[in-house]
Design a protein around this ligand. Sequence first.
Ligand code: PLP
Length: 415
Amino acid sequence: MPNNKIFPQLVIPQTIAAGPGPGNTDERVLAAFSTAGLADHMHSDVLRGMIECKQMLREVWGTDNIHTFGVAGTGWSGLDMMFSGVQPGDKVVMFVNGTFSGIDGLSVRMKAATAAEMAKNSLNPEAASVVTINVPHGQSVTQQIIDKALSEHKPKWAAMAHWETGSGRINDLEGFSVACEKYDVLGLVDAVSSLGVSNFRIDDYPGVHGWASCPQKGICCLPVTYAPVSFSERFIDTVISSGARSFVHHPVMEARHWGVVERKDVEKGTYHRTHSAYAIAAFHEALRITLSQGLAARAADYIYHENALRSAVEAMGCEVTSNMTSLIVLNLSKDLAGREMELVQHCRAQNFGIWPTLSEPVQVRIGILNLLTRESVTEIVNRFAQAIRDLGGNVDEAAVNEALTTSYDRAVAAE
Ligand SMILES: *Cc1c(COP(=O)(O)O)cnc(C)c1O
């Protein structure tokens, strides 16, 4: 008798990952993942690979922070470690301008809530010690907003997303760092969307003491691998004196497997958890690719292609409200206004993986993570134009082609 509980082998189609993330994993990363041999987490080459990853990560982040390594998992895993420094009752100012900083806010309220606050509403606790500054969707967190909130509340911690992927907005990192220094606040930054896309060095922002990113966006390493994190000495001092209620996401304990013991680099990591040789090999390759392209060159490439995509969708009558370079967030032209979700679903049904915004208002998000060629961008533009036509909208094909060509030629001429 056939066993009805066994399903046919899972087949997942190839899509164009033209969303906010995950990005398109490089072939070299997949090859490294699938050709690595089976070796345990204390094998000398696995440990060496982790130490090399740690050193490459310091380069990618632009830091001398000794506590720089990867947290197994996704962006939220790294963020959970970063926020693990926050203790019940700690005063925190959270800047929220979209979906992801909103979830960061929830994460922080879960850490800062007292036992009584937690018991009252454990899935969405109100923590009296957390002040949330809400900035409307589509707007950036500015230096003025940050300075005002920190001067008024004088918290222990403040947190912000560098690039808020939900609304496609870049927040003022420089203003955040300066205000954190000015009011002696420990700054924490969600750099999930910006690392590997934007050219910045975290050591240029001394007001920020904790940083967390993800594997699958700018680092192009989806096979669930490692979320890059980096912590200053002051962050580590704080964690050692007030604690972190986690073993697995403990910033000091997890660092040990990456060869950071007692605040020093050591030759060999010590056991924290069973790391995967496949994941280490993939992550190592992704970091090699990032560094060999160079952050400056990669950031310039994003600017170049985002500009072209932006001009093309504007020629379709769309209004772009974002300023990130890995992603555009747009409203459809007047005749299709309100049908953003329908259009996104239509595209996704054809494995053209664009996204809606996840919080109101509903807008369309089109990303170019690791799709940095004129061919890829042209294909995205053509497929998007076709989707608009499928919904009964008009696209002036000549105008769109001209916008694309002008943008690319202008950029070439400027070189
Ligand atoms: C994508 C994203 C996250 C969540 O990352 P996961 O890899 O899905 O865990 C958090 N913050 C920001 C700003 C993001 O863009």
